[in-house]
Structures are given as C-alpha cells and as structure tokens.
Design a binder for this molecule. Structure first.
Ligand code: SF4
Length: 290
C-alpha cells in the first residue's frame, strides 16, 4: 500500500479537523459524528454518529504506528470521542501502547455529559493511563441560552463535570461562542459565561464569534425573525465585558475571529490589560462616523 492508500484506509475524510493545540498530535479516528447532534447552531457534526469497531480501531492504530512511529501524543478523532465507555477507552489505550509505544498522552473532544457518565474512579484511571486533556464546548454559561440553543446540558452540569475533571487531574480546553445569545441576551451571555468560567480551571479559553451556518436550525430561526444576530461591534463590546470579568489564573485566552480578521491572545491574568487595550482600539476604530 502507498502512504496515500494507508491514509485513505484510516481516515474517512481528506481533511482532519482538530483543535489548534493538537496540531502536532497523531490523530486516531475512533468515531464519526456527535452522539448529541442537536445544537441549533452546529454545522460541525455532519456525519451520522457511530463508534468504530475495535477491529477497525486496531487497524487504524497499526497503520498509524507505521506512519507516525515517533509521535508522543494521540488525539482521538470523533466529535465527542469521550462518549466511548471507560472500557472502550481503556482497550484503545492498551492497543496504542502496543502499536505506538512512544505515545504517552491522549486527548479528545468531549461533551460535558460524557464526563458526567464516568465515575471518579474511571476518570482517575484514565488519567493514570495518559488521558491528559479534553476539548469541551461550553458555548455559554447562561442556562437560558443553553436551553434556547438546545445544548442538552446546563451550567450546573458543567460545574459538576469540570470539578470531576479537576479532581481526576484531567486538563481541559474550552470553547465559548461570542454572540450566542443574539441581541436578546447580549449582556446576560457575557455575565453568566464569566460567572461560570471563573469557577473552572481551563488551560485555555478559545472564544469564537457566532457564525450562522447555512441550513442549520439557527439559520432558519434567523430567517423567521426569532433570533437577531449581534453586529461585529456589539460582539466586541460583549467580549470586553467578558474579559474584564475573568479572574482566572494560568489560563490562555484566544479569539481567532475578532472582526473576522484579527486574533487576540494572551495569558490570564498578565495579558488581560493588553487584550483589553486592543479591543478598545478596535472599538475606537470601528466607531460609526457622524
Ligand atoms: S455537542 Fe458539539 S458537535 Fe455535538 S451538536 Fe453540539 S456543537 Fe455540534
């Protein structure tokens, strides 16, 4: 088999989607799609949800071990690969130890309810076996917005899940969606998301501006006049309110979607003033002319 043929045999899609922090990780496809798949704004979970058979995952690992024998970190592909049971994850990690013995760290996307379904002892054992980071979409700390967007979990669920991860020593990178409350909930979104984030210990907060994707349920709500998206400038005001309120230590903050063309990033708390300064400059530059 050529290298291209091997790649085609282990990845369903030509393009591999993973968070920026996993750019240098090897990627193992363990599942396709999202087990929930009901968030109104989501354009991400296009595949029908399925967990690959252990035989298929073993094949993927054997091939990946030949292609990328020196990799030390493995990212499990699947929109919420942490939905796999403790036993399934344990088995896959065991196979990885055989076929990719240099891999010592495992990371993947997770939903909050995937964490809640695992016992503290299971989480502890997964950490012991190398599961060190999960990437989790929080989107908002407001229960009204989570409900409106059909996220399927509440802010209380999130606090419970992240406390379990803290206790198990498993790190987490979270994403939030700026503008997710639309005009109706603009201040509430910032204030309640800050309140939630300040109770957690994320390694990184990745803020992304809401994009209303074609043909999503949210797109239909916009067309029916049931959701009014915020302007870019109002989203910047929202982000300023959010950043001002964050009291986290040792957390990297980044927004790669500022006014659709800029990135702001920095460590909290030391980089906070600089990021706020940039937001203020952009607000000044985009002030409507009289
Ligand atoms: S949990 Fe994530 S991948 Fe699944 S539907 Fe919601 S936003 Fe999409």
């Amino acid at each position: 088999m050529t290298r291209e043929e091997v790649y085609a045999s282990i990845y369903t899609h030509e393009e591999i989607y993973r968070p920026p922090q996993e750019d240098s990780s090897a990627c193992l496809e363990v599942a396709l799609g999202c087990s929930w798949g009901n968030c109104l704004f989501c354009d991400f979970a296009k595949d029908k949800f399925q967990i690959h058979s252990m035989a298929k995952i073993e094949w993927n690992l054997r091939m990946l071990g030949r292609l990328e024998p020196d990799k030390k970190r493995l990212f499990f592909l699947g929109e919420n690969a942490f939905v796999l049971s403790f036993d399934q994850l344990k088995q896959i990690i065991g196979m990885a130890n055989t076929f990719m013995p240099n891999v010592k760290e495992f990371a993947m996307y997770a939903r909050v309810d995937d964490v809640l379904r695992k016992t503290p002892e299971e989480l502890r054992q997964l950490r012991e076996r190398g599961v060190c980071d999960l990437h989790i979409g929080i989107e908002s700390g407001s229960d009204s917005i989570l409900l409106m967007m059909n996220k399927g979990v509440t802010s209380f669920d999130m606090i419970q899940a992240f406390q379990k991860l803290d206790k198990a020593g498993i790190g987490y990178y979270v994403t939030i969606i700026l503008g997710l409350g639309g005009k109706a909930y603009r201040n509430l979104h910032a204030l309640e998301t800050v309140r939630l984030l300040n109770r957690l210990h994320p390694k990184c907060i990745w803020a992304l501006k809401l994009k209303v994707w074609d043909k999503t349920p949210l797109d239909k709500m916009v067309k029916r006049g049931e959701f009014e998206p915020m302007s870019n400038r109002d989203i910047l005001f929202e982000e300023r309110m959010l950043l001002e309120g964050l009291t986290l230590d040792d957390c990297f903050y980044m927004d790669t979607t500022v006014l659709d063309k800029y990135t702001i990033q920095g460590y909290l708390p030391e980089g906070k003033e600089q990021m706020l300064g940039m937001i203020n400059r952009l607000l000044w530059q985009t002030m409507p002319k009289k």
